[in-house]
Ligand binder design. Structure first.
Ligand code: GDP
Ligand code: MG
Length: 447
């Protein structure tokens, strides 16, 4: 039936795996963009959310002649710099993602972060598809741009096919050692017990049609319950967007948002609902589309009063006319408490709030953390830690940077965002931080 079409929301898909396996490049390939090359050192620095409308997926998969109906409105794909952010992205206590892509480099097999990602996915009971990427790196590979992978494999020489089989079997064996059954997706007879492997190349686009189709078909087949509309929203990032004041980037996990909706815990009204154009990343600057209402799942920028008080990583609650306001507030406060209870205010020091869930890592500065100063004075040498249960010490402040505008704000007694460079490089992966736009002029070091 066609029933699903209006009632199912878009599934949310996270891309995970070891660094350099091609997570960002895969998304670039699907979008036809080039985020990866624009990244500092090619490392993903913050979470990106991209919406793929179903028409696009239909177009990209037509060569597979899949007759199955696509009855989700699209797919929201979230690219993450590391698994910390995946752990932190929660929505109402459960994982944000409905389905995940675990990217493995065919030339390297399973790597440490592959196994960590795998364990996280298992802990969360998140279903996933393995993208066995970089097949074009096999010696003698003849690229068949954007072809379904079976067609492409059939075009390869016997030697290349043998090499592919050998590496595939090795990866399947490595997964087996982790207690996991895996199989090439088109040979997989039991998707509930055996995980599917889709060979891909993010460079030539081979296998991308297969990956997209499998993602959509698998989620709509198994998650009707999960994909049915309710209201759920998670804050990704709090930041100032030119011309819009303080905004929050959120992932609308389920349900709908309307202009004018009242949202908690900040108790404010949505002034505007903005999204990037389809197939563009939420974090890439550009023009925004205005919406009166938006259906899940989507990455959205929200403007409204008081949003600077939102805490990244918490849920955003929508108050509807027929809702019990007190009940909604209670839920929202619980969420805030579970985050703020990690902040230890007993010692000496300053308390700061990072406005995003990511660390920013660049090779020169071990740690950069963008923060709002909540209390106290920041000084070089001040020990810093983050309000997260397991991670504590990120060293001492090595330098503090701010831009011209921040000085003006500070003079007026307003909160300012600073970049803080710490001294404990091992913790960089585990940090919270904030994305600074490239045109933030770093004008000064406090010494
Ligand atoms: P991430 O750290 O997992 O996000 O990896 P990136 O997307 O940044 O890719 C790491 C490097 O591998 C980049 O230089 C990419 O151009 C390259 N790369 C990614 N996918 C492929 C692929 O399928 N084939 C080849 N040959 N190179 C790839
Ligand atoms: Mg990346």
């Amino acid at each position: 039936s066609n029933k699903g079409e209006e009632t199912l929301r878009a599934p949310i898909c996270c891309v995970m795996g070891h660094v350099d396996t091609g997570k960002t490049k895969l998304l670039d390939c699907i979008r036809g963009t080039n985020v990866q090359e624009g990244e500092a050192g090619g490392i993903t620095q913050q979470i990106g959310a991209t919406y793929f409308p179903v028409e696009n997926i239909r177009e990209r998969t037509k060569e597979l002649k899949a007759d199955a109906k696509l009855n989700v409105p699209g797919l929201l794909v979230i690219d993450t710099p590391g698994h910390e952010s995946f752990t932190n992205l929660r929505s109402h206590g459960s994982g944000l993602c409905d389905i995940a892509i675990l990217v493995v480099n065919i030339m390297h097999g399973l790597e440490p972060q592959t196994i960590e990602s795998l364990n996280l996915l298992r802990m969360r009971n998140t279903v996933f598809i393995v993208a066995l990427n970089k097949i074009d790196r096999l010696y003698g590979w003849k690229a068949q741009p954007n072809k379904p992978v079976r067609k492409s494999l059939n075009q390869q020489s016997k030697d290349v096919q043998n090499e592919f089989d050998r590496r595939l079997i090795e990866v399947i064996t490595q997964f087996k050692e982790q207690g996991l059954n895996t199989e090439l997706y088109y040979k997989n007879k039991n998707m509930r017990e055996t995980f599917s492997i889709v060979p891909t190349s993010a460079i030539s686009g081979e296998g991308i049609p297969d990956l997209l189709l499998l993602l959509v078909q698998w989620s709509q087949k198994t998650m009707v319950e999960k994909l049915t509309f309710r209201n759920e929203c998670t804050v990704l990032e709090v930041k100032v967007t030119k011309g819009h004041g303080t905004t929050i980037d959120v992932v609308l996990v389920n349900g709908m948002l309307h202009e004018g909706d009242q949202i908690d815990p900040i108790v404010t009204t949505i002034r505007a609902l903005l999204t990037p154009h389809p197939m563009k990343e939420l974090r890439v600057k550009g023009t925004y589309l205005h919406h009166k209402e938006i259906k899940a799942a989507q990455g959205i920028k929200i403007t409204g009063k008081g949003l600077e008080h939102a805490i990244a990583g918490t849920g955003l609650y929508v108050v509807r006319r027929d809702d019990d306001l007190e009940e909604v507030k209670e839920c929202a406060m619980q969420d805030m408490k579970s985050v703020t209870s990690w902040i230890d205010k007993s010692g000496e020091g300053v308390y700061v709030q990072a406005s995003c869930l990511e660390c920013i890592f660049n090779k020169k500065d071990p740690i950069i953390l963008g923060v709002d100063v909540l209390e106290g004075i920041l000084k070089i040498g001040t020990p810093i830690c983050v309000p997260q249960k397991d991670f504590a010490d990120i060293g001492r402040i090595a330098s503090i940077r701010f831009n011209e505008k921040a000085v003006d704000h500070a003079k007026k007694g307003q909160k300012v965002a600073l970049k803080i460079v710490g001294t404990n490089p091992e913790e960089q992966q585990r940090m919270y931080g904030r994305h600074f736009d490239n045109d933030d002029q770093l004008v000064s070091h406090i010494t």
